[in-house]
Design a protein around this ligand. Structure first.
Ligand SMILES: O=C(O)CC1=CCC(=O)O1
Length: 281
C-alpha cells in the first residue's frame, strides 16, 4: 500500500458516529437499501431494527462498541431511506444476506430488535454461515396475532401512522425515559411518523404471517434473549418463551425499560454484545 494510504480493513479513527462511515445504497435483492458499513479487525456486528424505526436507533450502542468492531446497519425495505417493495420475513432476511455478501461479512453477531429479531432468526435459519451469535432484543418467535395486525394495518391505511403514534411511543420507551427526554421523544416520533405508510404496513403483514418457532428451535449459536420489564409490545414472558425454544439461550430483563433498550440503555446493550463476542471467540 502506498505510504499515507489507509488500509481499508483498519478501524476508522473517528468518534463512533454511526453515519461517519458514509451512507450507502445498494440493491442486492431487488430493492435499493440504505445502509452503513464500517470495517474493522474484530468480529462484525450487524444490527436489525424494528417496525417504524431506522438505523439511527443503534447510534448510541455503536458508540459503545468502539472503533475496532466492523458494523453493518441497514434500513429495511419501506423504512428510512430504503425503497419499498413486496416483503415477507424471508425477503427481509435475504436483503440482509445480500448486504452481508456484498460487503464480505460472515460469522457476525446479529443484534435484532422486535421484527429485527425475527429477521435475525430467519437469517440464522436460511444462512447459518453468516451468523455466529444472536442478541434477540424485545422480540418473539411470533409477535401479536392476525386480528391485531389487521386492525393496525387498516388504521394506518385509513388514517396514517400519526393516528397510532401515541400508544406506540408508550410501548417503545419506558415512563422514566419519556418524562426526562421530551426533545428525544419528539425526534423518535418524527422517525416513526415519517415512515412511509405502505412500507410500514408491508412489514406489519410480514410480522403477522411469520412463525419463527422452527427457526428458533434450530439455532446452534450462542444467543441472548433480552427483555424490557415495561415493554408492552413484546413483554418479558415472550422473551422467556423464546429463550426456552432456542437451545442454550440466556435470558435477561432490564428493569423499567420498554421496547427499545438500544435507546434507553445503549451502554448495557453494547456491553452485552461485547460479552457475547467474548463467549464466541
Ligand atoms: O410497534 C410496536 O407495537 C412495536 C413493534 C412490534 C413489532 C415491531 O417490530 O415493533
Amino acid at each position: 500500500m502506498a505510504s499515507g494510504a489507509r488500509d481499508p480493513r483498519a478501524a476508522p479513527a473517528g468518534n463512533g458516529d454511526v453515519t461517519e462511515a458514509g451512507l450507502r445504497f445498494a440493491a442486492p435483492n431487488g430493492a435499493v437499501l440504505h445502509h452503513v458499513v464500517r470495517p474493522g479487525p474484530n468480529r462484525p456486528v450487524v444490527f436489525a431494527n424494528s417496525l417504524g424505526t431506522d438505523l439511527r436507533i443503534w447510534q448510541a450502542v455503536v458508540a459503545g462498541l468502539g472503533p475496532q468492531t466492523p458494523l453493518l446497519l441497514w434500513d429495511k425495505r419501506g423504512h428510512g431511506l430504503s425503497e419499498e417493495g413486496p416483503v415477507d420475513m424471508a425477503t427481509h432476511a435475504a436483503d440482509l444476506a445480500g448486504l452481508m455478501d456484498l460487503h464480505g461479512l460472515t460469522d457476525a453477531l446479529v443484534c435484532g430488535v422486535s421484527v429485527g429479531g425475527m429477521i435475525a432468526l430467519q437469517l440464522a435459519a436460511d444462512r447459518p454461515d453468516l451468523v455466529a451469535g444472536l442478541l434477540l432484543s424485545n422480540t418473539g418467535h411470533r409477535i401479536g396475532d392476525a386480528a391485531t395486525w389487521n386492525a393496525r394495518i387498516e388504521t394506518v391505511e385509513r388514517e396514517g401512522i400519526a393516528a397510532i403514534a401515541d400508544p406506540i411511543l408508550e410501548r417503545w420507551l419506558g415512563p422514566e425515559y419519556r418524562a426526562s427526554n421530551p426533545a428525544q421523544m419528539a425526534g423518535w416520533r418524527a422517525m416513526l411518523t415519517r415512515t412511509p405508510a405502505a412500507g410500514y404496513t408491508a412489514t406489519c403483514r410480514a410480522i403477522r404471517d411469520a412463525d419463527l418457532t422452527e427457526a428458533a428451535r434450530g439455532i446452534t449459536v450462542p444467543t441472548l434473549c433480552l427483555a424490557g420489564s415495561v415493554d408492552g409490545a413484546t413483554p418479558p414472558q415472550l422473551l422467556r418463551d423464546l429463550a426456552e425454544l432456542v437451545p442454550g439461550a440466556a435470558y435477561r430483563c432490564l428493569e423499567g425499560v420498554g421496547h427499545l433498550p438500544s435507546i434507553e440503555r445503549p451502554a448495557e446493550v453494547a456491553q452485552m454484545l461485547k460479552d457475547l463476542a467474548e463467549r464466541i471467540a
